[in-house]
Structure formats: structure tokens, C-alpha cells
Design a binder for this molecule. Sequence first.
Ligand SMILES: Nc1ncnc2c1ncn2[C@@H]1O[C@H](COP(=O)(O)OP(=O)(O)OP(=O)(O)O)[C@@H](O)[C@H]1O
Length: 355
Amino acid sequence: MIDVDISSRLGDFSLSAKFEVNSGITAIFGKSGAGKSSLIRMIAGLSAPDNGRIALGERVVFDRAASINVPIQQRGVGMVFQDSRLFPHMNVERNLLYSQWAAGRKSAVGLAEIAELLGISHLLKRRPHGLSGGEKQRVAIGRALLSNPQLLVLDEPLASLDASRKAEILPYLLKLKNEFGIPMLYVSHSLGEIEQLADTLVLLDAGSVVAHGPIAQMLSNLELPQLASGPDAGSLLFATLNTYDEQWQITEFGLEGQVLQLPGQLGTVGQDARIRIKAKDVALARKAPEEASVRNVLSVVIEGITETSGPYAEVDCRVGEQHLRARLTRHSVHELQLVAGQQVFALIKSVALDQ
Ligand SMILES: Nc1ncnc2c1ncn2[C@@H]1O[C@H](COP(=O)(O)OP(=O)(O)OP(=O)(O)O)[C@@H](O)[C@H]1O
């Protein structure tokens, strides 16, 4: 558990953050200048807030009233920055070992295991200048892990990478979460990254935490325009891989007693999956369509309809216990006479999947 209740002035900027999050990956999300880096610097111990308290698990690492300010080396926080900050004169192996030495404690997991997990075993004797951006970032993550941290803080670790390098690193971050169970604070501007990784989201705006909570709930909250508007806004649904049909090469996922079909072999039976569906890729129909090419049709119940000042309306639908959002024109909502409480069919045109 990370428990933060702090306030601080940085020049003309005021930062005020109060939230409690459990383990897993917590995304710190907000626009440029919202205060994300300032907040995590204070949690890591790189700077001290004017007031308040920070506890990491059972340990109070900062408490202004009690004059507690545990220095960074003793906070047990591993950090990864946008630029990998590797030592150029040391090879990868020595870079990795450095943090263990600097922290003065041995990691619970050995170098070989971490190198294997991050896919960098073959790079140990190389110097950083010959590595790709993605490889450097994996080494930086390994280095942070070898300090045996109780919390890993990643400040926009993928921001300097192109899309294909990003896609290369994301699975490693998921492996870290699943295999090490180490709590992570993950700062990012990118909603796409956060949707794939995070369990919890802390939303910062102009120096204040405006909301925090489980990721799917935050994304479906239409009162948070920072998350709910924009062309990529949508829903995150948790499903399980049911079967793979070899003949048609279609994978079927179970979602609240209904099914979604996606092309290709997308994992193993029983595996959990995150399904991301953009609101603009969902259409609604009063009757189940017949002879349509759209394969994914879910029976849903309309929870609420929010009309914007423009041509669109956001329709919040419930699928079992989960939420699916559709962005329709206000004209369609009017023509179909859609109202809250009504059972309708959601036609899903496109889906992104993360395991
Ligand atoms: N030491 C400081 N003195 C004065 N102002 C500061 C200081 N540190 C940060 N700020 C200001 O605080 C605000 C928040 O900065 P911060 O770097 O935390 O934002 P951010 O959300 O991480 O932004 P970005 O996504 O662009 O990295 C900015 O306006 C910045 O100029």
C-alpha cells in the first residue's frame, strides 16, 4: 500500500496530492505540467514536500510533523527515467551490478534471472552506446530491480521510444508485475500504455489529484473529461480466453457470460485478457442484427446517456458487472429513442487485446 498526503509549493506551482493505492501498477496520469514528476520525486525521496506524510507499506518514509525524511538510498525505491541514464564506461553487467552495490543489499532475485526475464542476457558484455533505445531501457529496468526495491517508480520510461520499441518493452513490464509482484508507480502521458498496464489510476490536473481508483472504473467515468473525451477514449474489459477455433483461426473470449471473437490465435485457454474497445468503435441497435458481418454483438443495458454540446452523445452500457461505452451521434440516440435502463445490442467493430 502506498499512502500519500502531501502539499508543496514549487515556485508558482502548488502541488497537493492525497491518495492511497494498493500493490500492482499504479499509473500517474495527467497533462504536461500537471505535476507528475514532482509528485514521484517526492515519493522516491529526491525532493521533500513542504507538508504531509508518505508511507510505503508499513514504513513512514516522510512525515513533516514528526520530522521524518528517510533518505532516498534507504527508501527502497528503484527508479527508471525516460532516458536510461546508464554509465557509458561500464558494460551492461557492471551497470546492473552497480545499483545492487550502491543500495548496499543483495537483490532477492539474481542478476541472471533478471537478465533472462528482461531478455538482456546476451547483452551483458556490451557497452550502452551500442544498444538500441529499447534495450537500454530494459537494462535500466534491470538495474532498478537489482537494488531490491520495495517500490519501482518509472517516469515515462517509454516516452523516448518509437511505437515498435514501446510494443517490445510493454510485455516485459507485464511480466515484472506478474512474476515479481513488485508495486510500481508508472508515470505516462499515454492512455494507451496505461490501459495496457495499470491496475489503478491517479489522475493529476494542475497540481491536484482530481480522482483515483481502479483503471476500468476511471476510464468509464464520464465526469473525467481528461480520460473520457478524445478519439481514443473507450472502455477496458476483463475477459478470459475460452477456445481457439483452428479451422477459422478465431479465438473466443468469455466476457460476463457472453462471447467476443477475435481473429488469430491469441493465447492459451483459461488465460486472462484485457480487451480495449474505443467508444467510437461501438454501435448500438435495438434488435440483434441478422446476417451482419460484425461478429461481436453483446447484449447490454444502457446505464446513462451523456450528451455533449457537439454532435455526439456518450452512452454508458453495462455488460454484467462491467462497462462498455458507445459514442453515437445525438441524432442516432434520438432516432433510436435510447433511454437509461433499456436493453440493447452493442455491435463492436474493432477491439484491441492485451494479455
Ligand atoms: N523546483 C521547481 N521550481 C519551480 N517550479 C517547478 C519546480 N519543479 C517543478 N516546477 C513546476 O511545476 C510544474 C509541474 O512540473 P512537473 O515536471 O512535475 O510536471 P509533469 O506533469 O511531470 O510534466 P511533464 O509531463 O511535462 O513531464 C511545472 O509548471 C514546473 O515548471
